[in-house]
Design a protein around this ligand. Structure first.
Ligand SMILES: [Zn+2]
Length: 118
């Protein structure tokens, strides 16, 4: 945190809320969180919008990412789901008919339709 004398300096960040549009975030370094994908060249920032009180998440350009990192915004790293990197199984694709056949098989074997919901 930067200070001048006894005053604490805060950085105001202008951000884009998906509901309100352009908003000013007082103390933006603390209120904006960067989310950076480790597997894909994609970054976004998120914040609680002071206008609509909702979380807004917006894609960030490399320049925006660098600026927000420079002012000290927290960064979260995330990865794509591992399933995306699994080999595609051999065989025919699963269809809605397969789902219906599976449901009918469960009704016969387990009696799913006789179960009651609590
Ligand atoms: Zn908003």
């Amino acid at each position: 945190m930067d200070t001048v004398g006894a005053a604490r300096l805060v950085t105001v960040v202008r951000a884009w809320c998906t509901t309100c549009g352009d908003v000013a975030l007082a103390d933006g370094a603390r209120t904006v969180v960067l989310r950076v994908c480790l597997d894909w060249p994609h970054a976004e920032y998120r914040f609680w919008c002071p206008g609509c009180a909702r979380v807004s998440a917006v894609s960030a350009s490399q320049q925006q990412l660098a600026i927000l990192q420079d002012i000290g915004c927290a960064t979260e790293a995330w990865r794509l789901p591992r399933e995306l990197f699994e080999p595609v199984p051999a065989g025919a694709a699963f269809t809605p008919d397969d789902v219906l056949d599976w449901h009918l098989a469960l009704v016969v074997v387990v009696g799913v339709d006789d179960l009651e919901y609590a």
